[in-house]
Unconditional design. Sequence first.
Length: 786
Amino acid sequence: MNRIGIRDLVEFTLRSGDLNARLNSSNTARKGAQIHRKLQKSKYMQFESEYYLDTKLKINDIDFHIEGRADGVLIDGKDAEIIEIKTSDVEFKDLPESIMTLYWGQVKVYAHLLMQKFDELDEVKLTLTYVQTPDEIITDNEITISRDDAKQFFDDLISEYEEWLKLRTDIIKERNKTANQMAFPFKEFRHGQRNFSAVVYKTIANHKHLFAQAPTGTGKTISTLFPAVKSMGQELANRIFYLTAKQSTRIVAKKAMDLMMDKGLKAKTITLTAKEKITFEDEKDLKPEDNPYMIGYYDRLKPAIKDVLEHVDQIDFDVIQQYAEQYKIDPFEFSLDLSQFCDVIICDYNYLFDPQVHLQRFFTVEDSDNIFLIDEAHNLVNRSRDMYSAAISNKVLPDLINATKDQEDNERLHKALKSFRRSYTLNVKPLTESDEEYVHLDNPPSAFVKQLNKLCDVISDWLGKDEKDEELNDAIVDYYFTLLSFQRIAELYDDTFKTRMFYDRDQNVIIKLFCMDPSPFIGESLKLGGSAVLFSATLSPMDYYQRVLGDEEDSLGYEIDSPFNPNNQQVIITNYIQTTYAKRKSSIQPIVDTVNAMISSKSGHYLIFLPSGKYLNDVVEAFEKQNPTVDVLVQESEMSPEERQSFIDTFKRDDDDTLVGFALLGGIFCEGIDLKGSHLIGVGIVSVGLPGLNPENDLIKYFFDAENGHGFDFAYQLPGLNNVFQAAGRLIRTNQDVGNVVLMDQRFKQNRYEKLFPRNWHQGQLSTSFNINQTKQKLKYFWQQH
């Protein structure tokens, strides 16, 4: 069933004119939600709030489900009233006629669906309540619409939208037909790939959630996308969201879709790009009212969408920018509007999970026709914790207060900033009046948040004014976004949060709302689809990831064995190396000796991973002193994309010369790089990868200790071990690859670690050496056999 939101229907069909940033601001939307709830509980308390209305249509032999929720409905016999509440910081008298058309259009559709539901209603009173923020000035407008007029309005709306529905249904029909006819895009399935694809298909068909560990070489991307596309062909779902953490993974997903298109698939696929990357350079510093890509945006949008859909199947960055430039429309907003007509949407995690930026056009209500394919799901743990945490600093407040003083136009803003600074100072007294480096509180800073909300309202009003100093405007906008983020997270605060107060390096006081356990929020996001597949090469232990990713009770688990010969990989635990913090200085020489043993056993390309920058530099310094002629690469603390690529490309030299790269465990070279054959023949991993001891990791530890007694595991051991597995996964990429992994930390011999090793490690050449000579012998013997 193809779902269409009533608001989406009205806005797409009737919207015209400019792209108005003020009417669409996140603060306006958030404030509007608060005002909705307030009015529903007071002025309109006798109304049934969030009243569900829907209807079903068949157009071009495709079923459509049109649905929405009215803010309030009151029915008394043959009398009925619908209220719709709208908010923005624009004065009512200044609202464009095009916006009023949308407001009334939405409530008229509600009226038609209500009278369709109740035959005894001949007319309905419609009340449009407009609230101007921040002062909450209310303007009520009322009309009465008859059954015939409401039906006529709806029929005209559908008639106008029908062209687009037919375009969409033609796309769906062609997609379903070609998906059903499409063969697997490779000559044969890899080991375990057919079964994995079948499990994914059954998961989608049964509307379940699946956690799957699929080692490198199993073809995870095509193994999930192929059955998902097949399920759309069978009308088990209607849209795929392929969600990733990294641009490189999105490119792989796009290539997988290309492979299926080469096999005859016709499906509209779009890759979404972050706003700051896809926005044209010449519009970044323009105000909306001066931006030619926003002025008249909606007047040019539909022809642009139609042009793309008629000529392009694979819609990427270049396509979006090309058509956006041709039609002079904002490329980011264009990509979002275009995505509503696409079958496959490849995007970052935050478009589903981040409460600040998730796609409202898709993710405001549950839709069982959505499939979520979540790649490299191990990354979602920390990413989601960041999404649901927010921090604010007092650093810029003195400058902002000083910049707004003695100016009549800025007087209200100046006073609000001063009030906020006073509140800030009062709120952080538990820290500033103590000798502690940080303070943790169980409760949210409620009084402070109220003052923050007031400041947001004043800034929102100030930003709507003309003729502001450009430098001041930019500084206020930057701080405003920080305030909005804090405001949003404060609304979610519960017992999974702690309020942190601490000093930064410059002794500015930071207030942070820290989410120790974002799993409830992830779980709620996953419910917005009919099925979800969360997969990674390293998703072990499975029950840990099911717990921290919000789906412990109802999800399925599936693990694929490595397709590669386990005897092609040697794994050595060096029981003579201790890398605890107290032993690090004394561990440097044994580590260098072990790396020397690796490169002496066979010349070639090696990667050595260490847990910190200082540790890495100390080891590199010692190694280079002993090996002045060996080619060495070192990961720097900051590397440009070009420098990163140069690092990787150096490994792709087709030679047997010795090259040793030193990189951070858990860093940019720990995953997502593909070095096959002679490009990499050995990996050394120093330490068990424990995250650094810090107050936030300790909070996570205490939280899970209280819940299940596994706080150390959840906060330290398992995240660290995942980094180890990711680093080791750089080695064996094909059936022809051969090499060794040397685990340089005696803790790997502990049962708590060894029992979690991948199955193929236990099945292959896993051994322990108790001194450097044993390591040399084991390495030498392995290469003699290969």
